[in-house]
Design a protein around this ligand. Structure first.
Ligand SMILES: [Ca+2]
Ligand SMILES: [Ca+2]
Length: 389
């Protein structure tokens, strides 16, 4: 038990390491941090992301429940709770790498916000032993440079398959494949990690913090030639928090129709689902982090041998739009004509040989008939010529 007291405006960071019961087993370790570290934050400009890394040695722990508790300035109420996700969406850079993350948008006032994370098993936590943390790289392009530098004092680590050629094929976006044969259940555990605190100098004034996060895992699969399934992980009203107002979904045979600059083009007729139509569809207007399912009934069947492209854009309640999602593909190959169901070659050979034998037999019969049969019927060649006279 550790007791802390002092000025609430001062930063205190505490790390606690737990030992495994079995000395042969590495302990499950949890480390949490805030994207802004302990610097002052203008929350109207700089997004705040909370991270927690859960691992056993270098191996990621996936499927755990990770909950962040944020104590707001001058708050006498209990802390705000948000579940951090390892789903590769929103604030989470890579799915299944054991780093759980989520944007924090619930600002009430300026002042210092304190954050801690708690991690536990709900029967679905596994140590993913099939992968190694080998390549360290800056994830440029996903965050503006300023964001990246502020994400963490730690170096973000990409996880790579030990045997990439034999691993399962990840769907799309950035994810660590999960091989159940190389995973072990963690069993019950509970860890707590203090992420520290950050001081907000300015809060968003408009009442709406941000647009929805970009969807990165839109997938398309056909039921038949006129019925398709689309699914994706829902973003939120603000990044990956809350619920969006609706979606625009488009489909085209020209990939260029679905780019950031062309998606809203008035000249293209690629609209599959409009914003107004989508707003009351409970199967796709779901809480951020949940899966949205959209069943599409096409007016005309899709063509075999043609590539179809799909993309969507989410809109929040302040009518702010997300960036255009990843592009999902659909392609049904043309059915090749069946090979001729002819006889096998050995049968053809037998037929040819048989035919030749029959021809030879007929030839022999004709020869014999010409040589003997006709002669016997000709009186001039009778064997008893003396009788003619
Ligand atoms: Ca992750
Ligand atoms: Ca918003």
């Amino acid at each position: 038990m550790v007791g802390l007291s002092g000025n609430f405006q001062r930063v205190i960071r505490v790390s606690v390491t737990a030992q495994a019961k079995d000395p042969e087993t590495l302990p499950i370790y949890t480390l949490s941090w805030i994207s802004t570290a302990s610097t002052d934050v203008d929350a109207s400009v700089i997004p705040v992301i909370i991270f927690a890394k859960v691992s056993q040695g270098a191996m990621p722990v996936v499927g755990a429940r990770v909950r962040a508790y944020i104590t707001r300035p001058y708050s006498t109420n209990t802390a705000v709770e948000i579940d951090l996700k390892d789903n590769g969406q929103g604030a989470d850079v890579q799915m299944g790498d054991g780093i759980y993350s989520r944007y924090f948008t619930l600002f009430t006032t300026t002042g210092r916000y304190a954050v801690k994370a708690q991690v536990w098993d709900e029967g679905s936590s596994y140590i993913n032993n099939g992968f190694i943390a080998s390549r360290q790289q800056k994830i440029s392009g996903f965050y503006p440079p300023l964001w990246y530098e502020r994400i963490s004092p730690l170096t973000l680590t990409r996880l790579s398959p030990m045997d990439p050629l034999n691993g399962p094929d990840p769907c799309c976006g950035s994810s660590v494949p999960f091989d159940p044969s190389k995973a072990t259940p963690t069993g019950p555990f509970l860890r707590t990690s203090a992420a520290g605190s950050f001081k907000v100098t300015k809060v968003p004034l408009s009442g709406d913090v941000a647009a929805p996060s970009r969807v990165l895992n839109l997938q398309v699969s056909p039921n038949n030639y006129t019925s398709l399934n689309l699914n994706w992980t829902a973003p939120g009203d603000d990044y990956d928090i809350g619920t969006v107002l609706g979606y625009e979904i488009r489909m085209s045979t020209n990939r260029n129709d679905l780019l950031e600059d062309t998606f809203n083009g008035t000249t293209n007729s690629t609209l599959l689902l409009g914003l107004n139509e989508s707003m009351n569809m409970t199967e796709i207007i779901v809480e951020a982090g949940e899966t949205a399912y959209f069943l599409v009934q096409l007016q005309r069947p899709i063509d075999e041998g043609t590539v179809y492209y799909f993309a969507l854009r989410a809109t929040d309640h302040a009518l702010q739009q997300s960036k255009v999602s990843n592009i999902g593909l659909l392609f049904i190959d043309k059915v090749s004509p069946k090979p001729d169901d002819g006889l096998p070659s050995w049968a053809v050979a037998l037929i040819v040989i048989g035919t030749l034998m029959i021809i030879a037999l007929i030839g022999a019969i004709i020869y014999i008939s010409d040589t003997f049969g006709l002669r016997s019927r000709n009186p001039a060649t009778s064997s008893t010529p003396g009788s003619q006279f």
